[in-house]
Unconditional design. Structure first.
Length: 185
């Protein structure tokens, strides 16, 4: 059996296959990437749920409550990173992404596709990050006016696979048509 990570094309194919699997399979490593943004205090990172991945559009999407800090951070600086660690493959995938906050009528179809129980995640009272007296002092949504989609255009993909006899690192950029180059690990 050949090793898909031994070629640049194979590596890039594996990245997108894993992203698409993360959307489709709840237990896939790519389902819960870390989203890194720049906030008022510096670097911010949190786990999100990958909702869409489309290689033909260089696109990824996550959903958020419009009032969450990450939304304002991305409005201020739309560049972010998504990081995935797949332990079994000893593979780190880092996506550099330019995000756009989509809301209102632009995402009406998205809201309709969300199952009713999941809708309660958007629009609770008080807003995400507000101080509360205790863990039960929060009323869930739903409120479609508090829901948004963070649509990201992938501009770079970096992989690092740990292994013997050596690690492998590759970088792919949209600006060169995703040709890719090997890098020292």
């Amino acid at each position: 059996m050949s090793d898909p990570f031994s070629t640049l094309d194979g590596t890039l194919d594996q990245v997108w296959w894993r992203l698409e699997r993360g959307v489709a399979e709840k237990r896939a490593a790519a389902r819960h990437p870390v989203l890194a943004t720049v906030g008022a205090q510096g670097a911010e990172a949190r786990i999100v749920v990958l909702r869409r991945a489309r290689r033909t559009l260089d696109r990824v999407e996550v959903h958020s409550d419009l009032r969450a800090a990450k939304v304002e951070e991305l409005r201020t600086n739309p560049r972010g990173s998504l990081v995935i660690w797949e332990a079994r493959a000893k593979l780190q995938i880092r996506l550099r992404v330019d995000f756009r906050v989509m809301e209102g009528e632009e995402i009406g179809g998205y809201w309709q596709a969300i199952p009713d129980p999941a809708r309660s995640l958007y629009g609770g009272d008080p807003a995400p990050g507000a101080t509360i007296r205790g863990p039960g002092c929060h009323t869930p949504g739903p409120d479609d006016s508090a829901y948004c989609v963070l649509r990201g255009t992938v501009v770079e993909i970096e992989t690092l696979q740990l292994g013997l006899p050596h690690h492998r690192r590759a970088l792919f950029c949209a600006t060169d048509g995703w040709k890719g180059v090997w890098q020292a690990p």
